[in-house]
Design a protein around this ligand. Structure first.
Ligand code: IPE
Ligand code: IPE
Ligand code: MG
Length: 237
């Protein structure tokens, strides 16, 4: 797509509204999550077409374990099934998948599929799709602090030498660009513990649409909104 508008390099998405979408239709919440997978597919295609290089999806927060057991189980099943179904197409499209979040809390089976999709798509270079799973910013920072603390205790790192780069390098997102644009669907306007460090200078966009109804047009609209923003990064322009 040829355009001289600024395109965000990294778009991060808080996919919200699956439950409400299902409820509106008298369906089980899990049906909303199934419909939500289709929106991921649609968004990925749109992002590839627009030349976005990284998409991060908030798929399961550390807090989401507190949901009813049946919903958590349905989400884990959907995750495994989606990995099996989507991996060949993702490879074909040149999409690399990376996981952020603490994965030891997942079952062996889920961990196997997470490792599988990362390995299978490792050589893809067109777009990086990051799935945030058992992720929260505070937990990510806690784990980073523990690791930094260990390095200090072992004498490998001087406390005075800890700078912003040191912290960023110990986060799950080490080596990834910060999000330029954070989208949260369903009209909620909060971060819910998502990429708090990384979003320091992100632009935010909160469309009313529920995640299962998110479309190529909605994605294009988000990019339009982004292109009109004036990013100053604390400077005078
Ligand atoms: C987002 O949709 C998906 C996950 C958190 C896994 P929700 O399930 O939060 O949908 P609502 O907010 O209840 O509508
Ligand atoms: C945030 O959505 C987490 C994900 C999208 C995975 P939630 O629906 O869990 O967040 P709250 O409870 O509305 O803040
Ligand atoms: Mg929600």
């Amino acid at each position: 797509m040829s355009t001289d508008k600024p395109i965000p390099q990294h778009v991060a998405i808080i996919m919200d509204g699956n439950g409400r979408w299902a409820k509106q239709r008298g369906l089980d919440r899990s049906e909303g999550h199934i419909a939500g997978v289709e929106s991921i597919r649609t968004t990925l295609k749109a992002a590839l077409r627009h030349g976005v290089r990284q998409l991060t999806f908030y798929a399961f927060s550390t807090e989401n374990w507190g949901r009813p057991q049946a919903e958590v189980e349905a989400l884990m099943e959907l995750l495994c099934r989606s990995i099996i179904n989507e991996t060949p197409e993702l490879k074909k499209q040149g999409v690399r998948v990376q996981i952020i979040g603490e994965r030891s809390r997942f079952s062996e089976r889920v961990q196997y599929y997470l490792a599988q999709i990362e390995q299978e798509t490792a050589a893809s270079e067109k777009l990086t799709m990051v799935l945030a799973l058992n992720y929260s910013s505070r937990d990510e920072l806690r784990r980073a602090m523990q690791q930094i603390g260990r390095e200090v205790a072992e004498g490998h790192l001087q406390p005075e030498a800890i700078d912003e780069q040191t912290i960023a390098a110990h986060l799950d997102t080490a080596g990834m660009p910060d999000p330029d644009l954070v989208i949260r669907t369903s009209g909620e306007q909060r971060l819910s513990n998502f990429l708090m460090w990384q979003s320091a200078y992100a632009e935010f966009y909160f469309p009313e649409v529920l995640w299962p109804d998110f479309s190529e047009e909605e994605f294009a609209r988000a990019l339009e909104v982004y292109a009109k923003r004036d990013r100053r990064f604390g400077l005078v322009k």
